[in-house]
Ligand binder design. Structure first.
Ligand code: MG
Length: 282
C-alpha cells in the first residue's frame, strides 16, 4: 500500500444495530428515512463506511430485504454521497439462512458482515453461524462481488477465517472487524486487542482490520486501534452513551470525535475512495 494510504484511518459508522431502542436512546435511527438521513450526516462528518441494520415496524431487528432496499435507495438519492455500504447478514437471531443473504443478491452492496463462528448472545440466545451457512454465505458474497467484513468476537473466529481462506470460501486480502467486549466474546483490553491483531497477522497475513469496543471499553479500543494502525467503528449499534452517564445526541457526534482523535494522533481520515483502495474494493 502506498505511503499516503498507510496514514489513513477508515471510520465506519454503525448507526442502529439490532438491539438499542428509542427507550435506550431516543436518537437511535430506526426507519429507512431516519437511517438514510443519519448516514448522510455521518458521511459529511467523515465516515467512509456505513454498517447497516434494519428494524421492523415494532423496532425489532429484521432481515426484511424491502427495508434494506428502501434505505439504500434513500442513501443513493443523496447524489453527492459516495459512502461504502456494508449491510449486516445478522440482523435478527430468528432469520433463516435464506433471509440472511437475500438482500445481498438483490442489492449487491460493496460490503457485508460475515460472522465467522457461533456464540451465545447477550446471555439470552444463540447466535448461530454453522459451517454449512458460512460456506454458503461465502459463496453468495463471491458470486455477487460483496466484500466480507469478517466479524471476529474472539480469536477462534480468526482461526476459522484462516480455514475458509484456505478452502477458497473467502478470498484474500481479508478485512476483519474485531468486536471487543461483547458478552460471551473476548473481553475488551489492550492486551486482548494486541493478541487479536497478532493472531490475524500470523494466521491471515496481509489482512486489514478495524475494531470497536462496546460500553465502557469504547474509548480504549478506539485509541488502541488508531495507535496500532487499525481502522475504527463507532455509533449507536455499539454504544448509546457518548460518555459515562451521558446519552449520545446522535451518531454524528461519534464520527466527529473519532475524526478528532485520528487527527490529534497525527493520522488522517480516509475518504470513501481511499477506503475502497485500502480494502481492495472494486
Ligand atoms: Mg452489526
Amino acid at each position: 500500500m502506498d505511503k499516503v494510504l498507510k496514514n489513513k484511518t477508515i471510520i465506519t459508522i454503525a448507526p442502529t444495530g439490532a438491539w438499542p431502542k428509542k427507550e435506550n436512546n431516543p436518537a437511535v435511527p430506526m426507519t429507512p428515512e431516519e437511517i438514510a438521513k443519519d448516514v448522510y450526516e455521518c458521511w459529511k462528518a467523515g465516515a467512509a463506511v456505513a454498517h447497516l441494520h434494519m428494524r421492523d415496524d415494532n423496532g425489532n431487528g429484521t432481515m426484511d430485504k424491502e427495508k434494506f432496499k428502501k434505505t439504500v435507495e434513500l442513501i443513493k438519492a443523496y447524489k453527492d454521497c459516495d459512502i461504502i455500504l456494508n449491510l449486516t447478514t445478522s440482523g435478527d437471531l430468528h432469520a433463516t439462512n435464506e433471509t440472511r443473504q437475500a438482500h445481498l443478491k438483490e442489492i449487491k452492496p460493496e460490503m457485508a458482515s460475515y460472522d465467522c463462528g457461533s456464540m451465545n448472545w447477550l446471555h439470552t440466545g444463540l447466535f448461530l453461524n454453522p459451517p454449512a451457512f458460512l460456506e454458503e454465505l461465502g459463496k453468495t458474497m463471491l458470486d455477487n462481488e460483496v466484500k466480507p467484513e469478517i466479524e471476529a468476537f474472539d480469536p477462534g473466529m480468526i482461526a476459522n477465517a484462516a480455514y475458509y481462506l484456505k478452502k477458497g470460501v473467502l478470498k484474500a486480502p481479508l478485512h476483519f472487524q474485531f468486536c471487543m467486549g461483547c458478552a460471551n466474546g473476548i473481553p475488551a483490553s489492550m492486551k486482548n486487542l494486541v493478541f487479536m491483531k497478532e493472531t490475524m497477522d500470523t494466521l491471515c497475513p496481509g489482512s486489514t482490520w478495524s475494531c470497536f469496543g462496546v460500553g465502557q471499553s469504547a474509548m480504549e479500543m478506539m485509541y488502541g486501534a488508531i495507535s496500532m494502525g487499525g481502522h475504527i467503528r463507532v455509533g449507536m449499534e455499539d454504544n448509546v452513551m457518548f460518555s459515562k452517564g451521558v446519552l449520545a445526541e446522535n451518531n454524528v457526534q461519534f464520527v466527529k470525535r473519532a475524526k478528532q482523535a485520528i487527527e490529534l494522533y497525527g493520522r488522517e481520515v480516509a475518504t470513501p475512495d481511499e477506503a475502497r483502495q485500502i480494502l481492495g474494493l472494486k
